[in-house]
Write a protein that binds this ligand. Structure first.
Ligand code: CAA
Length: 383
């Protein structure tokens, strides 16, 4: 049975900070951010959006009267969850009006959405009429004036995993690895991630080589079988480094083609920044939107990495509806905020101090918003 991504959508806030302005404010050569890190804009997430509302805003358009009753499993992947007990899956099911579902949250840094897809694949294999809603939503926060600051961002990707999918048919095999590593973590009392940036880069690339090698051993496929190679993109330069490793196996024509497809695949990520577990899938959307010569049946490789650390290389073939089911994404209509405004927004995030608060949401026109906290319960609004 063919199983994979039947529908996909992406959501982020309508505000961004320009990386040249951020570099100037931090007294850094702008080319370090633009070229060295490979980011030109960074999404700024207002206090009125958390992972639940980001996810709901991404998932809403995937659900209609035809499939509502077929969705029986909601898997919410996030590193930036809002509750130590209740899953973001339960919160979002309420907002989306899904009740006859199993709803859970999964966590493994930026790998969570890939774990969710693999769970969904198994679920659909056993229950072919089921549809699984997978959401990867995160707000990447490292702290103002830290070296991780230019690699922040945020947003959500929502996907429906079904049999006979319209967009991507997943292949059977994958290569995967877990090694207990302290490259990025967030202790329970921290709102910002702690990170050993150099170690995270090294493990990311090491795991790419290991999982790609395992995948090739299992499938007997080679680089020539791929139209595009996609990478988890915490910042686009790291994917460029991953691509460089694999291009050692390419002939000249393949180098040109794989590089061109990667350029298409990194465009949205360059404009949004890191969305942790959704980043690989935003890159997939970017490929679909910007590549000029994809065809049904083309094989795409996907490398997923989550610090801590898990890596997986897997693949899929473009399915018959991939051109007709492109999400509507308009990053050009976002509003630029100054560095000062970005810092103010950064500091305005909901505190975990238990105090009641009402947020000013008049400038947030998203369908799902967080309006505050009352009696230690987040207050959501559908507008
Ligand atoms: N012009 C052009 N390039 C320049 C430059 C200039 N003026 N100045 C510096 N550069 C280049 C450097 O040469 C370097 O390039 P290479 O990586 O090719 O050597 C690059 O810019 C970055 O410079 P530094 O290494 O000096 O930057 P830094 O010490 O400030 O740290 C970082 C960069 C490690 C990415 C840091 O931002 C960070 O820790 N980010 C968060 C961690 C992260 O995203 N890790 C990725 C893997 S973990 C993961 O994927 C999971 C997840 O999403 C959380």
């Amino acid at each position: 049975m063919k199983i994979g991504i039947d529908r996909i959508n992406f959501f982020t806030s309508n505000q961004y900070v320009d990386m040249v302005e951020l570099a100037q404010a931090r007294d850094v050569d702008p080319n370090k951010y633009l070229i060295g890190i490979g980011q030109s804009k960074m999404a700024v997430i207002p206090a009125t959006q958390d992972v639940v509302t980001l996810g709901a805003n991404a998932a809403d358009s995937l659900i209609d009267d035809e499939n509502r009753d077929k969705i029986d499993f909601v898997i919410f992947a996030t590193e930036s969850g809002i509750d130590n007990s209740k899953s973001a899956g339960a919160y979002i099911s309420g907002l989306l009006g899904l009740s006859h579902v199993r709803a859970i949250e999964v966590k493994q840094a930026c790998y969570g959405a890939t774990a969710a897809i693999q769970l969904a694949k198994g679920h659909v294999a056993l229950n072919p009429v089921s549809q699984v809603l997978v959401i990867g939503a995160d707000i990447a926060r490292y702290g103002l004036h830290t070296s991780g600051e230019p690699t922040q961002g945020g947003g959500a990707v929502a996907m429906l995993i079904t049999k006979n999918p319209g967009i991507l048919e997943l292949d059977e095999e994958s290569g995967f690895i877990t090694e207990d590593t302290m490259d990025f973590w967030r202790p329970l009392n921290h709102n910002e991630a702690l990170v050993d940036g150099k170690t995270s880069q090294n493990v990311y690339l090491d795991f790419f080589n290991k999982t790609w090698t395992e995948y090739k051993d299992k499938t007997k496929l080679t680089l020539s079988d791929f139209k595009a190679m996609l990478f988890h993109l915490p910042y686009t330069k790291l994917g460029t480094k991953g691509l460089k490793e694999v291009l050692l196996e390419a002939n000249e024509d393949e180098k040109v083609e794989l590089t061109r497809e990667f350029e298409a695949a990194k465009r949205y990520n360059n404009q949004v920044g890191n969305l942790y577990t959704g980043s690989l899938y935003l890159s997939f959307i970017s490929l679909l939107e910007h590549s000029k010569d994809l065809e049904i049946g083309d094989r795409v490789g996907l490398y997923s990495y989550g610090s801590g650390a898990v890596g997986e290389f897997f693949s899929g073939k473009l399915a018959s509806e991939f051109e007709d089911r492109l999400p509507q994404i308009n990053l050009e209509s976002r509003v630029q905020v100054s560095v000062g405004e970005y810092e103010e927004i950064y500091r305005s995030q909901l505190k975990n101090d238990g105090a009641d608060i009402e947020l000013d949401y008049k400038n947030d026109h998203s369908k799902f918003v967080l309006t505050g906290s009352k009696n230690m319960q987040r207050q959501y609004l559908i507008q």
